[in-house]
Design a protein around this ligand. Structure first.
Ligand SMILES: CCCCCCCC/C=C\CCCCCC(=O)SCCNC(=O)CCNC(=O)[C@H](O)C(C)(C)COP(=O)(O)OP(=O)(O)OC[C@H]1O[C@@H](n2cnc3c(N)ncnc32)[C@H](O)[C@@H]1OP(=O)(O)O
Ligand code: FAD
Length: 607
């Protein structure tokens, strides 16, 4: 029935102020108002290019290029990855050789594997590329730098001489990511003026002298730091969208349990459904809050960089790389789990979930493969530990490693299931687990003569240690969020429940880590699980209101199963009838191919 709210009885169960929770989810009341007024930002925003210019171009270059990019007079593509090299940026092969006679750089792709491959917008639309290439002066290789290269005529959009561009072809699924023209590009001795090398961080003079910057070379990777922190925020959107669909549908869907004609059981009431769904609901909130924190950390980094304070750059890199990795993996896996939670209907395009999954899963790869990113975190952790000996006191997200000795002695004092609700009890257990895993890696590394050999050999353990560290950050930031003043009836209580679910679910999932590092006993692990079950029951009456707090419109969700009004079945049926196969009752080709078979004579009563 139109106009009837089939989920009203669920909404009436809520024990908290949903309007206030909407503002908490949005970040502030103002952010909520803004969000309410404006439609969502489109994920594949072609402005990727612009942050890179801001980060790497001189003021003069910015004055020249940014107005053009902002007014869409030029369309740029961030062109870094090559056919043979993605993760290993230092291994890129494209060259930009300085020609002192003409005061130009000559861009060239010396091999097939040097072909630029993947950059978004490059295949068909971009007029310019921010191309990453090795700077060569007098046969000397100065490593990878950024160059602005015009690709296509601004008059007729035809490619310029020496440039071969194409689209790299269809991608996973048939959905929206195929509307993105990820491209391939070969340079054949393409000339650009010297002032089109981005020279904020290092310069090449008219005489061909390389002037290295007095700032860390890692600043040239600044765009990746910027985009990675954006991707963490994006993960909260993608996961919460899937969770919203799956939670609403789980309250609508009924299976089994009918007695004497009573309705069947709502599948959301099955404990197994809750144990799969509610941790994802909690994860969506956890990722949202950690992304909020990461964004403020990033803003602080920018202010420091302005003042030539580079002290937090390594931590910013480790946090953005690690959180990008953890949150996109959780979101990608979570979307797939949400699809399964919707049973067969989840596999229909009209559920919105297959499309969301196909568009989202490359987030685990782009802007840094997730394992490669965790290995960067592991390097940072190992470096931090190695500096402990020289009295360096770690700060920020690694401050706990400064208490490593104490954490090595830690044994959880949990006696009852409710003890696991205390934030300090949880944080200590997560700190001890992360510290012990990292310390064990550091100790094993010290047995190798060549640290790089050791790093390779132990890389699987290092990834696990990095994961434990990143999970600790997320748990801690959730706890810190709740230390803020949050008004509204029941809002803080509900967030407290979600915080505990998030932490205890992780503890349950990684129980092997906690037990093998001797941080908790099997009995304490059992108590954590007992507490988790009781928390699921507390979330149950609030589940629909907690996803309503995301404030997503039906248009944004694009899902028959996730409709706000829960009116799923008539709409599913209606959607099916929009399938072009249903335009005619006899399918194309039936008369040509199927009917002749049906008309073949029977032999002895058989075909
Ligand atoms: C604009 C809005 C965006 C909205 C976003 C939401 C939606 C997005 C939707 C679609 C977007 C799709 C975008 C996709 C775009 C791309 O994929 S662009 C290509 C991205 N490519 C990568 O991410 C490559 C990954 N590889 C790397 O980052 C590096 O090669 C590496 C870090 C793995 C290794 O670099 P290398 O120089 O070889 O490093 P090391 O020798 O290991 O390290 C040297 C030191 O530098 C430190 N470091 C490394 N990276 C950074 C960094 N980014 N910032 C600061 N510092 C860094 C590293 O820790 C080492 O430090 P130490 O010497 O102290 O140990
Ligand atoms: C949808 C999409 C959009 C993209 N957009 C852009 C763009 O706009 N611009 C751009 O320049 N690029 C873009 N890329 C490219 C993207 O950044 C790279 O694909 C990404 O950085 C991963 O690099 P790779 O493909 O070389 O993976 P590889 O490094 O080849 O990864 C293959 C496997 O090797 C493993 N591996 C690699 N190195 C190590 C190591 N050191 N230790 C252990 N394991 C390792 C990885 O974990 C992975 O399992 C895009 C990619 C995708 C999928």
């Amino acid at each position: 029935m139109e106009g009837v709210d089939h989920l009203a009885h669920e909404r009436n169960k809520a024990q908290f102020d949903v309007a206030v929770m909407k503002a908490v989810w949005a970040g502030s009341r103002d952010a909520y108002e803004l969000f309410h007024r404006f439609s969502r930002l489109v994920a594949n925003d072609p402005e990727m290019f612009i942050p890179a210019i801001k980060a790497q171009a001189t003021e003069e270059q910015q004055k020249q290029w940014l107005p053009l990019a902002n007014k869409m007079k030029i369309i740029g593509s961030y062109t870094q990855t090559e056919l043979g090299h993605g993760s290993n940026v230092r291994g890129l092969e494209t060259t930009a050789t300085f020609d002192p006679k003409t005061d130009e750089f000559v861009l060239n792709s010396p091999t097939l594997t040097a072909t630029k491959w993947w950059p978004g917008g490059l295949g068909k639309i971009a007029t310019h590329a921010l191309a990453h290439a090795r700077l060569i002066i007098d046969d000397k290789d100065y490593g990878v730098h950024g160059f602005l290269v015009q690709l296509r005529s601004l008059d007729d959009h035809l490619t310029l001489p020496g440039i071969t561009i194409g689209d790299i072809g269809m991608k996973y699924g048939s959905g929206a990511y195929n509307t993105m023209d990820n491209g391939s590009l070969i340079f054949d001795h393409v000339r650009i003026p010297r002032n089109q090398m981005l020279m904020r961080l290092s310069q090449v003079t008219r005489e061909g002298k390389y002037v290295p910057s007095n700032v860390p070379r890692q600043l040239s990777y600044g765009t990746m730091v910027y985009v990675r922190q954006k991707i963490v925020f994006d993960a909260s959107i993608a996961l919460s969208r899937a969770v919203c669909i799956s939670t609403r549908y789980s309250a609508v869907r009924r299976q089994f349990g009918s007695h004497n004609g009573s309705p069947e059981t709502q599948v959301i009431d099955y404990k197994t459904q809750q144990a799969r769904l509610f941790p994802l609901l909690a994860s969506a909130y956890a990722i949202r809050f950690v992304s909020e924190w990461l964004n403020s950390f990033y803003k602080d980094l920018l202010q420091r960089l302005e003042a030539k304070d580079f002290s937090t750059l390594p931590e910013a890199h480790a946090c953005t790389a690690g959180l990008k990795s953890i949150t996109t993996s959780v979101a990608a896996d979570g979307i797939e789990e949400c699809r399964k939670l919707c049973g067969g209907h989840g596999y229909l395009t009209s559920s919105g979930l297959p499309e969301l999954s196909a568009v989202y899963i490359p987030a685990c790869t782009y802007e840094g493969d997730n394992v490669v990113m965790l290995l960067q975190v592991a390097r940072y952790l190992m470096k931090t530990i190695s500096q402990l000996k020289s009295g360096n006191k770690p700060v920020g997200t690694t401050a706990y490693l400064g208490r490593a000795e104490q954490l090595m002695q830690y044994h959880s004092d949990v006696l009852r299931a409710e003890d696991w609700l205390k934030p300090n009890v949880v944080v200590e257990a997560f700190e001890a687990r992360a510290a012990r895993m990292s310390m064990a890696c550091a100790q094993n590394l010290s047995k190798f003569n060549n640290p790089e050999d050791g790093f390779q050999e132990l890389s699987a353990d290092l990834v696990e240690a990095a994961t434990a560290h990143c999970q600790l950050i997320i748990v801690s930031k959730f706890i810190e969020k709740l230390q803020q003043d949050i008004p509204g009836k029941g809002v803080k209580e509900q967030l407290g429940v979600l915080r505990s679910i998030y932490a205890l679910f992780l503890l349950h999932k990684h129980i092997g880590d906690f037990l093998s590092t001797d941080c908790i006993t099997p009995k304490q692990g059992y108590l954590a699980n007992e507490q988790l079950r009781s928390l699921y029951s507390q979330v149950r009456p609030n589940a629909i209101a907690l996803v309503d707090a995301f404030n997503y419109t039906d248009h944004f969700l694009s899902s028959v199963l996730g409709r706000y009004d829960g009116n799923v079945y008539p709409k599913l049926y209606e959607e099916a009838w929009k399938d072009p196969l249903n335009d005619t009752s006899i399918p194309d080709g039936f008369h040509e191919y199927v009917q002749p078979m049906l008309k073949q004579p029977l032999h002895h009563g058989r075909l």
